[in-house]
Design a protein around this ligand. Structure first.
Ligand code: F6R
Length: 612
């Protein structure tokens, strides 16, 4: 979603801002803009609907805009259609203040009416412009920019990450945050603000994560942070430990393909520090055996693909822990008056750590007394910092909007957590514990076997890419995996697709199967293979074209009925989805490629969904 960058230093700001925005393009946007201040020209604002390239062309890569202080933004429209005027930065009426904003100002209508009554005129339809006008109002009132920001923030309700510059302040930009991520970057030639570490990583690895309610004053040589009452705060520095190349394509045609291919390594990085001498070690987690024995119920809460990880984990955890595990969509959980109390353990799963619904659901769970454990990829993200415990997936930066390596690392980390809890509860035998640990250790190598043979899937995608409706069917873990395969396909190829629990077919969906309908049949869950097979026969009998995914031992049986079969290595049963999902990701990728889709930035989707 929207991206913010700000720079103040000893270099031209505009090229740095454009580069930073380009690195956040993956988040999704529909318009872009920058504002730069110079002594001679004051505030110069350029913005446009459409791709960043259009903005860059407008200012000749930034060389046209003089000044070493500036802010930039990529907008994903919420209030007001995507057009040049609604694009950020927004400028106050007298042209002295420019700002960029991520988030939503909930009481903007009320504030706008108050300002209108004071004779202020508005240029855009956005909630963000209200903040610019309100700031000018308070600045005129008190004469201090910092004080004006403080007064303004006390009046606005909702979420924000703000980057503000003022023509009267040649050397500083001001940042503020509430419920929308913002980082501070300490560079050699100047300092930064950004909504995403990827925007500044080329310039610095030395960052600080702003907390809710904080305001920062950033100059070329210093960053000072204040609380909402403007009292100074200590700044905690963090070193970003991943490399610039991790956020670049490195010769791959798309980030999504690169990230699919990186999965063996990402899984290795996620599991290897957590297995020592055959034991699962979760150093960062403070759950005691007494606490775990007292848990009456476990919730897993997430959105999208992270929710699908939860679906797999429900099957696996209930089997390992013999405790009820409920998986809920965060957007449903938060308004469902959930049965949660202090004996409930709530696991939240999020790649970005910023998904608003997941965050709100976690807060609701905490409010009701539950203990929360977050599985998160982005270090220092809001969910990671607010959860009682956090375990990071070490997938590295994930740039493609459609998640792949984050999904895989979440899945395997959830397997380890499940095993860890089962061990504390004494519900897993020593033999099974050892078999699962060995299975987890073997996964990266087995995933590599799948990614080494992309041609198989590539071929099937070329055969089936022009279907306009595709069903994924499977039972148990295969069903949970099918949900992810189906989502991957529809989000990047725009083909209508549904995932069904095979046994449910005859209760409705089978009426949609007609000669030529493509059904992706998942038959990797050995315990229910025969049942899954009978559903394959059922859809074949109605004329479906069947592409199956199974393991070596079932290849022959499956080949007798299915039209095409993809084989994946066999793993410990609970780990099988980690292997089965890879061809599904590749299938979605190649189908989208054949259809000429914008794979890394599918329409209407954003990488991190920070609105409700
Ligand atoms: C699908 C996808 C989304 C995310 C969902 C949750 O490919 O990426 O469905 O899984 O928006 O995002 P996080 O995990 O960042 O909370």
């Amino acid at each position: 979603m929207c991206g913010i960058i700000g720079f103040v230093g000893r270099e031209q700001a505009a090229p740095i801002l454009l580069d930073g925005l380009a690195r956040m393009e993956y988040r999704g946007y529909d318009s872009a803009g920058i504002a730069v201040r110079s002594d001679t020209l004051g505030l110069q604002v350029r913005k446009t609907k459409g791709r960043l390239q259009a903005l860059s062309d407008m200012v000749h890569g930034g060389v046209d805009l003089e000044g070493a202080l500036g802010i930039g933004h990529t907008r994903w429209a919420t209030h007001g259609e995507p057009n040049d005027v609604n694009a950020h930065p927004h400028v106050s009426e007298n042209g002295s203040i420019a700002l960029v904003h991520n988030g939503i100002i909930e009481n903007y209508m009320e504030l706008k009416e108050q300002l209108l009554r004071h004779g202020v005129t508005f240029a855009s339809d956005t909630d963000s412009e209200v903040v610019a006008q309100l700031l000018e109002y308070h600045y005129k009132e008190c004469g201090s920019m910092l004080e004006a920001v403080g007064r303004c923030l006390r009046r606005i309700e909702g979420s924000y990450a703000l980057g503000i510059i003022c023509s009267d302040y040649p050397n500083a930009l001001i940042a503020a945050r509430k419920d929308s991520p913002l980082i501070l970057g300490f560079g050699e030639n100047g300092n930064f603000i950004a909504s995403d570490v990827t925007a500044v990583i080329r310039h610095t690895r030395d960052v600080a994560y702003m907390n809710d309610g904080e305001i920062a004053v950033v100059t070329a040589d210093s960053i000072d942070v204040f609380d909402s009452e403007l009292s100074p705060l200590e700044v905690e520095h963090h070193q970003v430990d991943w490399d610039v190349s991790a956020a670049e394509k490195g010769g791959y045609p798309h980030f999504m393909f690169k990230e699919i291919m990186e999965q063996p390594e990402a899984v290795r990085k996620t599991v290897s520090p957590r297995i020592r001498d055959g034991r699962v070690v979760l150093d960062d987690v403070r759950l005691t055996a007494d606490y775990v024995r007292d848990i009456s119920r476990i919730f897993i809460i997430a959105c999208g693909s992270s929710y699908h990880v939860g679906m797999v984990s429900k099957y696996n955890w209930e089997r390992l822990l013999r405790r009820p595990v409920q998986v809920d969509l965060a957007s449903e959980f938060r308004y469902s008056d959930p049965l949660v109390d202090r004996r409930t353990l709530v696991i939240v799963i999020s790649q970005s750590g910023e998904t608003l619904d997941t965050m709100a659901a976690m807060r609701e769970a905490k409010r009701r007394g539950a203990r929360t454990l977050a599985v998160v990829n982005v270090v220092g993200s809001s969910i990671a910092r607010e959860a009682d415990d956090v375990l990071y997936t070490w997938a590295g930066p994930e740039i493609a909007v459609a998640t792949t390596k984050a999904y895989s690392t979440q899945l395997v980390l959830m397997d380890l957590i499940g095993l860890y809890l089962a061990d504390l509860l004494g519900t897993v035998s020593a033999e099974e514990y050892a078999a699962i640990v060995a299975g987890v250790q073997a996964l990266p190598e087995q995933m590599q076997q799948v990614t080494d043979r992309v041609e198989d899937v590539q071929y099937f995608a070329s055969r089936y890419f022009n279907h306009d409706s595709i069903f994924f069917i499977g039972r148990n873990l295969d069903y949970a995996m099918g949900l992810e395969g189906s989502l991957k396909l529809k989000e990047i190829s725009y083909i209508h697709s549904e995932a069904y629990a095979s046994g449910e077919l005859k209760h409705g969906t089978i009426s949609l199967i007609e000669p030529g309908t493509l059904v992706v049949a998942l038959g990797t869950h050995a315990a229910l293979f025969d049942k899954a097979m009978s559903n394959v026969v059922e859809v074949k009998a109605r004329g479906a074209e069947v592409l199956a995914v199974t393991t070596g031992r079932f290849r022959e049986k499956m080949s007798k009925t299915a039209d095409a079969v993809v084989v994946v290595p066999e793993a410990h049963p609970i780990l099988q989805p980690s292997l089965g999902v890879v061809p599904l990701q590749l299938f979605a990728y190649y189908v989208a490629l054949h259809r000429g889709c914008d794979i890394d930035k599918p329409r209407n989707l954003a990488k991190s969904v920070t609105v409700e």
